[in-house]
Write a protein that binds this ligand. Structure first.
Ligand code: DGL
Length: 260
């Protein structure tokens, strides 16, 4: 196998990272992909930093043993808790993280009101707080921890009264004044874009970080001479720590899913 043919390996606490994978495949269709969802240990967003680091190291080790030429941490929570550690342990391959798309949101809506939906862990972490401080004088940024929201996606429940009631309760207090952007700071949430749109109405733009991750991956692969340039479309292999065929079927379905 040529070195460029080795897979780009993604991991997430479950199925959320598939939102990053589908965007990456759009940008880099010729790469081979391996996706590992750690649904057995989901959610990460309410665990301690040490627990998330242990789980992230185990996922990365599995992917490197499977021949990964690069690792995409397709999870904001694992990125905020473990990206530094992962880069220390794997200095020889690109390790790309995912973070809330605050920068593009502030650049597009200077002075705007920006809601960032993410896991409690991501909002609490210094990484997010530092990012927020960087832009605090240029926009009104509100971090909104959404404990319990990723579970809807893990169940494949992307619409319906239960998820919309959750969103209504969570978002209503912030919708009394106009919101310019809702940043989806958890990779599970893009699968709920339609449900979020129904709750917030047509006003706010909904943004996520997946395109930025795909572009960063392309840059890093090109720099290390690992970009697969041939015109042949690559393959995508799905794995999950839950040993159940249903979870792999749901992974494939989400990978194909188009919302709104
Ligand atoms: N998909 C994950 C993220 O981007 C987290 C979900 C969870 O495990 O709590 O933050």
């Amino acid at each position: 196998m040529q070195k460029q043919d080795r897979p780009v390996a993604f991991f997430d606490s479950g199925l959320g990272g598939l939102s990053v994978l589908r965007e990456t495949v759009r940008l880099l269709p010729q790469e081979n992909y391996l996706y590992y969802g750690d649904s057995l240990h989901a959610p990460y967003g309410v665990k301690s930093e040490a627990q998330i680091q242990t789980l992230s190291l185990a996922a990365a080790e599995h992917l490197v043993n499977a021949g990964a030429k690069a690792i995409v941490v397709a999870c904001n929570t694992a990125t905020s808790a473990a990206i530094g550690l992962l880069r220390q342990v794997y200095p020889d391959i690109p390790v790309i993280g995912t973070e809330p798309a605050l920068k593009p949101a502030v650049e597009k809506y200077p002075g705007g009101r920006i809601l960032v939906m993410a896991t409690p862990m991501t909002i609490r972490q210094e990484k997010f707080q530092a990012l927020k401080r960087q832009f605090d004088d240029r926009a009104q940024i509100i971090g909104l921890p959404c404990e319990g929201l990723m579970e809807f996606v893990e169940r494949g429940e992307l619409r319906g009264s239960a998820v919309e009631a959750y969103l209504e309760e969570k978002l209503a207090p912030y919708l009394r004044e106009p919101v310019d952007v809702i940043v989806l700071g958890c990779t599970h949430y893009p699968f709920l874009t339609g449900a979020i749109r129904r709750v917030v109405g047509p006003g706010p733009e909904i943004m996520d970080g997946s395109h930025g991750v795909a572009m960063q991956l392309e840059r890093k692969l090109a720099q290390s001479g690992m970009l697969r340039k041939s015109g042949e479309p690559g393959t995508a292999v799905f794995e999950n720590s839950l040993d159940e065929p249903e979870i792999l079927a749901l992974s494939r379905a989400l990978f194909q899913y188009r919302d709104e």
